[in-house]
Write a protein that binds this ligand. Sequence first.
Ligand code: NAP
Ligand code: 8YV
Length: 307
Amino acid sequence: MPDLLQIGGITDTMRERLEAAFTIHQTNRYNAEEITHIVTNGHDGVKPELMASLPNLKMISGYGVGYDAVDADEAARRGIIVTHTPNVLNEEVATTAVLLMLMCYREALRDDAHARSGDWEAKGGAPLTRSADNQTIGILGLGRIGQAIVDKLAPWSPTILYHTRTKKDVPYTYYDNLVAMAHDCDVLVCITPGGPSTNKIVNAEVIEALGPTGTLINVARGSVVDEAAMIEALSTGKLGWAGLDVFEAEPHVPPALRALPNTVLLPHVGSATVETRAAMGALTVDNLLQHLKDGTVISAVPECADL
Ligand code: NAP
Ligand code: 8YV
């Protein structure tokens, strides 16, 4: 059987299907000459030195849609196909973005604490919150998941703005300047890929343009937002609220951020439901099995589409 290197965790169902077709090796014990396939995830990816050390590597299957932790250009140059799991997680990640936005607007954590602590009985009702209806929402990265977020927001009657590198054929207002969009919106939702082109694209200027009544939602990658600038702005009232699923140095969440009451923090669970992880796992394995069968794959990343 061909040899598969497993990086990070996989589900029992994935393991059962993979064991029927591959000999699975863990990262602490394998023969570099023998490895032809890798299964990995969005966080661990494949380090450049590992890719360079596997002379017979033919394919990397990623359990997740974001592949910023794999150098896909270098893989394509070496003839290694990289695959990922687009579309099957769009709805789940969109739900997470809407959840974070609603929790910020309606102060769900504060009010949960108010009911739970006995303060309601002892001190009276909780202070009023803000309505999430009729807000102007700027989407940074209007791709598969960005569009799903827009669709899920429809019941709240938003006005949608978006910023991408290329204008799309959509009925929303395009901004080629992110600072200008941040200035014009109430909520900025980050849902671009990570990597060099988006590194700290949400910088101090963008954050201050969003302003004291603004809400920043990040379900993209921690690298997209300048975390130190965001913490400073949240602490000093220059930014109103932040709902975050992703962080610069996961799983580290800066203590200063943890202490802020105007934040909702999730441990990178955008796609983490039983149903969606099953669909992602199935596609991750399907890509590997199809490659074994006939050398093709179902969902190559764009850089490897012509291999
Ligand atoms: P996608 O369909 O490729 O969409 C990406 C969008 O970002 C496109 O509209 C693209 O438009 C835009 N974009 C790319 N680079 C940009 C830049 N430098 N500046 C501005 N816009 C840029 O990807 P997707 O499937 O929606 O996934 C998006 C990302 O979400 C993933 O890569 C991953 O990092 C993240 N994600 C997070 C979770 C989670 O658990 N929190 C789960 C899934 C995905 P242009 O090319 O025209 O710029
Ligand atoms: C996963 C993600 O949590 O798909 C992505 O890009 O960030 C998430 O769905 C991650 O890839 C771990 O597998």
